[in-house]
Design a binder for this molecule. Structure first.
Ligand code: SF4
Ligand code: SF4
Length: 678
């Protein structure tokens, strides 16, 4: 068959865009052409129309209800397509370049990218394929452009065939646990169909046009395509249709919590609260498990599994629809055959999230888990359904004392007096924001005191606020909008009254909340993290030698604010920087975020222990932190996981320890105060 085809191409066809295929002794220069059937009978045309209609009908039979669910979901409050630049860039990088997929899992990511790019290359070939069935083909293998395009597609066909075979082996033989325990036969069948599509395309180079073989190949290719099409909305391959849209439309800002839509909006309570973006995102999940693989809760034995939260929402929408009053969280539903609770969409799971953002960062199809999980928390907290002693205590502490540790404001006053911190009066350059940890927690106070020494060393004028309340970060992440709003508005007023222009803080949670979350109620003065401040002055900080320091990226500084280099620049001044196995964007959480620092003992293995072990195992002499919450979590964790734990110091302490002795007193002299995070 092959020889026949080659002979025919040499003798009968003129093709300027064909390639030199063999050039060996005994062979003449030989040209290879893509073959197509030359004629279709009326019966074949009728069969083709029927098959196309059946395939399209099966596609819309499933896709129609999905589209209806998305469109009938609640509109997203404050959604805007503008600015467009970020959306276009995300679409280009994440969808067209497959940048995120490749970066997170290079080998399977590249295989996936080849399949995707191959699909794009094949779009034109496929349209031409069906047009040929009706005698309307517009790409001719015998013309220069057509021939070249068929060859271009052939290269992609080879790459797709090899890639899909590799992905098949990974899914069915290597079987990474993140893909789930269940063997997905539908995925296997779809991989087979894709392989068949590529194989039948390539085989058309080795048969004669008008032959029986090319007719058989053409129909096999056609049927594979028409079977593949309706499978898309019935399987996770729905992401082929939806994910480009999901990436383009995702809410601006990393892990950004959207505003509520008015007084009647309490968050995600029932189906009627699910917004169009959330609906679109849940139907886009490709079930790759990247989110779960990197989730500190899921990997330490908690119920929370971000992938299952998304799939649970999808199951809910399929079962109850977007207008339903049935509660989303399983604890609030009655289990019956008509009302099946999705195991993972539970209150317990929602309140195990540290809001670290790893899931969202990893997701290749633009799903934003944190706003969804915080939305579920809002629904439970704002309606009073979440009953938790620690949570209640925390909210009361925030309301009564204005700080998360529940201590009297006079404790902060005493600390300020002891440190002889100047009160901000509008004449100083910076307002030094203490935060709950810096104002009340013993270790946080040490960090603040040492950072103040650094500022004094640099000759920067600063003052602290006479009265300061929590930013509302834990209330915000735990879904208590009333407490958060009260604190945010009070904070904005305080800054306005004190005429603050610039703020510096040691806590990334405070920086994020003031700079981003408060925007719902007003614009706060410019705020920066102390790592940024110190990095800007690094040439004037003492250069220290010797000690190895492993730096831990806090989630709220790294992933949330993309501040990676600045703290490293400070660490590099204080010793030799060592990188943890998981660092930068892939850093592993300390376990404190999302208000969890205040919620008592966690189930399963402690997140802080896992991270502390990883940091200690680097062999570094010091663990460097840049967040008082991380510092608190590692305080006990390092001792628990190592007999000879490394020293634990914030970047401000790493710097201050080398300052001239003539500077004001060391923070070590500070007496501890009662209270602290749980
Ligand atoms: S934000 Fe972090 S803890 Fe929460 S689900 Fe995502 S990965 Fe897990
Ligand atoms: S939510 Fe995103 S990362 Fe998680 S399984 Fe679905 S597609 Fe993958």
């Amino acid at each position: 068959m092959v020889a026949g085809a080659l002979q025919m191409t040499v003798e009968t066809r003129c093709f300027a865009g064909s390639i030199l295929f063999f050039q060996q002794p005994g062979f003449h220069p030989t040209r290879v052409l893509f073959a197509e059937p030359e004629h279709f009978s009326t019966l074949e045309s009728v069969l083709l129309v029927a098959a196309i209609l059946a395939s399209a009908a099966l596609f819309f039979w499933r896709f129609g209800p999905i589209l209806r669910n998305i469109l009938r979901s609640k509109k997203d409050a404050n959604f805007s397509l503008f600015p467009l630049g970020r959306r276009v860039w995300d679409f280009f990088w994440e969808v067209l370049c497959q940048g995120k997929v490749i970066r997170q899992r290079p080998l399977p990511g590249l295989a996936h990218a080849f399949v995707f790019w191959g699909f794009l290359a094949f779009a034109l070939v496929s349209v031409n394929h069906f047009a040929t069935g009706f005698g309307l083909g517009f790409l001719s293998p015998e013309r220069l452009l057509g021939g070249l395009y068929f060859l271009f597609a052939a290269v992609w066909a080879l790459l797709v065939a090899v890639s899909i075979a590799g992905l098949f082996v990974r899914r069915f033989f290597v079987r990474p646990i993140w893909l789930g325990k269940k063997v997905s036969y539908e995925s296997g069948f779809i991989a087979f169909l894709i392989f068949l599509l590529m194989a039948t395309y390539l085989a058309a180079y080795f048969v004669a046009p008008g032959s029986l073989q090319i007719k058989a190949l053409w129909w096999t290719h056609t049927l594979a395509l028409l079977i593949f099409l309706p499978l898309i909305p019935h399987t996770k391959h729905l992401h082929l249709v939806l994910s480009p849209l999901t990436v383009f439309l995702k809410r601006d800002g990393f892990s950004k919590i959207p505003p509520l839509a008015g007084d009647e909006d309490f968050g995600l309570v029932a189906g009627k609260d699910v917004t169009q973006l959330i609906s679109l995102q849940t139907y886009s999940c490709v079930e790759c498990g990247r989110c779960t693989e990197h989730c500190p809760a899921a990997t330490t034995g908690k119920v929370l599994n971000p992938k299952e939260i998304i799939l649970g929402l999808r199951t809910y929408l399929n079962e109850f629809g977007p207008a339903s009053d049935t509660p989303l969280l399983t604890e609030q539903r009655i289990a019956s055959p008509d009302n099946p609770p999705a195991k993972y969409l539970s209150m317990e799971a929602a309140f195990e999230c540290t809001t670290c953002g790893s899931c969202e960062y990893q997701c290749p199809v633009g799903i934003q888990h944190v706003p969804i999980i915080v939305g579920l928390r809002r629904g439970a907290t704002n309606t009073g359904a979440w009953e938790d002693d620690y949570g209640t205590k925390l909210f009361l502490a925030l309301e009564k004392n204005g700080n998360a540790l529940g201590l009297s404001a006079t404790e902060r006053d005493k600390f300020i007096q002891k440190q002889a911190f100047p009160i901000f009066d509008g004449t100083q350059e910076y307002c030094l924001w203490l935060g709950c940890m810096g104002g009340y927690d013993p270790k946080g106070r040490e960090i603040i005191a040492d950072f103040a020494r650094v500022m004094q060393h640099l000759g920067t004028s600063f003052g602290v606020l006479k009265k300061e309340k929590c930013t509302g970060d834990p209330a915000r992440r735990l879904g208590n909008d009333l407490v958060f709003q009260t604190l945010a508005e009070a904070g904005l007023k305080t800054f306005e009254t004190a005429k603050v222009q610039k703020i510096v803080a040691i806590c990334p949670h405070c920086v994020r909340t003031i700079a981003t979350d408060w925007r719902e109620f007003g614009i706060a003065p410019e705020i920066e993290h102390h790592s940024e401040f110190m990095a800007r002055h690094k040439d004037r900080l003492p250069k220290q030698q010797g000690e190895s320091i492993v730096y831990h990226d806090p989630c709220y500084l790294g992933r949330y604010q993309e501040i990676y280099d600045e703290p490293r620049a400070v660490v590099a001044q204080a010793g030799t920087l060592v990188e943890a196995p998981r660092s930068h964007e892939r850093s592993f959480c300390c376990g404190a975020g999302g208000g969890l620092a205040f919620l008592g003992e966690e189930k399963g293995e402690r997140v802080s222990h896992v991270r502390a072990r990883e940091l200690a195992d680097t062999g570094a002499q010091v663990v460097g932190t840049a967040c008082p919450f991380c510092n608190t979590m590692f305080r006990d964790a390092l001792t628990a996981v190592s007999d000879t734990p490394p020293q634990l110091l914030d970047i401000a302490q790493l710097t201050a320890r080398a300052l001239p002795a003539s500077q004001p007193q060391s923070s070590e002299s500070q007496p501890p105060v009662s209270g602290g995070v749980q």
